[in-house]
Write a protein that binds this ligand. Structure first.
Ligand SMILES: CC(C)[C@H](C(=O)O)[C@@H](O)C(=O)O
Ligand code: SF4
Length: 472
């Protein structure tokens, strides 16, 4: 068992008791909710005539089903309208703060929590959503939960959970300037496997992680679940405190100083022991893209797609199937793979610095004539901030549609979907078959800069080469 890690310390501080099942009852510091996974859980709580135990520790937003174009109520999509109405009713009844579409605060749950300072180091954060690990970027223990657990958290402010092992994932060296956290996490998942993290929580560290600003750490932790880990976190440091200082939900003055001291104390000790340690050479990572239908089926953009027969036996069948779906061959590179759609957004890469990174590549360029582009800010606040910098103009001038905040084409639960066998260069986190709305659709995951480069070229492109050409 690990010892002296942030995970152990935070777990112990939130552990209420050991349950007869052998699980621990864990107190939940913050509960985030959205419209897709909460209605049933509220239904169960209401049915038993229970109150929400800690409405003040609960925060709601609407993200998955919300249209990113016309938001006139009632929505054209009756099911979407119904889900939002259910959420409105539930939060109103329980007295839960709600980032509704009129509030100016609405957005993807994993974008709004951090931007308002709701997510803080040393907390336990849960949400009925698998990408809750995002919040681990702050040194919180954050994970996705299922419907019956949402019910439990609503009714008691706690859940039954088993303690996980801790794997330290150490990313050494310095990243190439064209390489981002997205490339790092795709590399980690590729090396450790999509189920390599089962039973673990990942502690990310090493110089390449320490050098990452908060939005990059969020991208890294966001995809922990794609590697099978229950959660992922980064120990809090000056970068974390600087990000948090002055945010709405963060106390200021002396209280902030006290908090910082507390946050320091819950960081992993220098002599902490881990159940496993993995080291990855950050300086060797190049811009990385997926060739298949899981986030682990990834290669460096100039690297050859592997031959399934060279893969471990249990990976061969799925690799062959993925190659068929994606229409790629072993030995091909992804460079030159034609795309139809460029999607910038999602809880992985829909924050202000992600939009800046894409806009930086797009400035003065235009989307390829065969490509449609969708830029979707992760939250209303991100949208306003981006517009204040003129980023919307850069996107529009390049031929992108500039939309309202939400999950959008990350999973296509609204109108933003691939059509037929369209190929999308996407800054999101999942490339499963049918993920972006069309069963024949194809998704190539990559960083925002790489999406912008692919959009301009009309095919997967090494952003480093594109930038060289543009400079010449
Ligand atoms: C709808 C929701 C339950 C789902 C998740 O849990 O992650 C979604 O956010 C996703 O990314 O697939
Ligand atoms: S942006 Fe995508 S991954 Fe994130 S919560 Fe929404 S659907 Fe899930």
């Amino acid at each position: 068992m690990s010892d002296g890690t942030l995970y152990d310390k935070v777990w112990d501080r939130h552990r209420v008791t050991e349950l007869p099942t052998g699980q621990d009852q864990l107190f939940v510091g913050h509960h985030l909710i959205h419209e897709v996974t909460s209605p049933q859980a509220f239904g169960m709580v209401n049915e038993r005539d229970l109150d929400v135990a800690f409405p003040e520790r609960t925060y709601a937003t609407v993200d998955h089903i919300i249209p990113t174009e016309d938001r006139t109520r009632p929505f054209d999509d009756g099911a979407a309208e119904e889900m939002l109405e259910a959420l409105e009713l539930n939060v109103q009844r329980a007295g839960i703060d709600f980032a509704d579409p009129e509030s100016g605060d609405q957005g993807i749950v994993h974008v709004v929590g951090p931007e308002q300072g709701l997510t803080q180091p040393g907390m336990t954060v849960v949400c009925g959503d698998s990408h809750t690990a995002t919040h681990g970027a702050f040194g919180a223990i954050a994970f996705g939960i299922g419907t019956s657990q949402i019910r439990d958290v609503l009714a008691t402010g706690s859940i039954a959970m088993e303690r996980q092992d801790v794997r330290r994932v150490e990313v050494t060296g310095e990243l190439d300037p064209a390489v981002s956290a997205k490339d790092v996490v795709l590399t980690i998942i590729r090396e450790l496997g999509t189920d390599g993290g089962v039973g673990y929580v990942y502690e990310y560290g090493g110089s390449a992680v320490e050098d990452m600003p908060m939005h990059e750490r969020m991208t890294l932790c966001n995809m922990s679940i794609e590697g099978g880990a229950r959660a992922g976190y980064v120990n809090p440091d000056e970068t974390t405190y600087d990000y948090l200082e002055g945010r709405d939900a963060v106390p200021d003055g002396e209280k902030f100083e006290e908090l910082t001291a507390y946050w320091e104390s819950i960081s992993s000790d220098s002599d902490a022991t881990y159940d496993d340690v993995v080291t990855i050479d950050g300086s060797a990572i190049e811009p990385t893209v997926t060739w298949g239908t899981t986030p682990g089926q990834a290669v460096g953009v100039t690297e050859e797609i592997p031959d399934p027969s060279d893969l471990p036996e249990d990976k061969r069948g799925s690799a062959k199937q993925a190659m068929e779906h994606m229409n790629v061959e072993p030995g091909d590179t992804m460079e030159g793979y034609p795309i139809d759609v460029a999607f910038i957004g999602s809880c992985t890469n829909g924050r202000l610095p992600d939009l800046r990174a894409a806009a930086d590549v797009l400035e003065g360029n235009e989307l390829h004539e065969d490509v449609r582009g969708l830029a979707v800010p992760g939250s209303q606040r991100v949208k306003v901030a981006a517009e204040a910098e003129g980023l919307d103009e850069v996107f529009r001038d390049a031929g992108f549609e500039w939309r309202e905040a939400g999950c959008s084409m990350c999973l296509g639960m609204n109108d933003d979907q691939l059509v037929g066998d369209e190929v999308s260069a996407s800054s999101s986190n999942r490339n499963f078959v049918g993920r972006q709305g069309s069963p024949e659709g194809k998704t190539v995951l990559m960083s925002p800069r790489m999406v912008a480069a692919a959009g301009i070229a009309g095919e997967v492109t090494d952003v480093r080469t594109l930038e060289e050409v543009m400079r010449a």
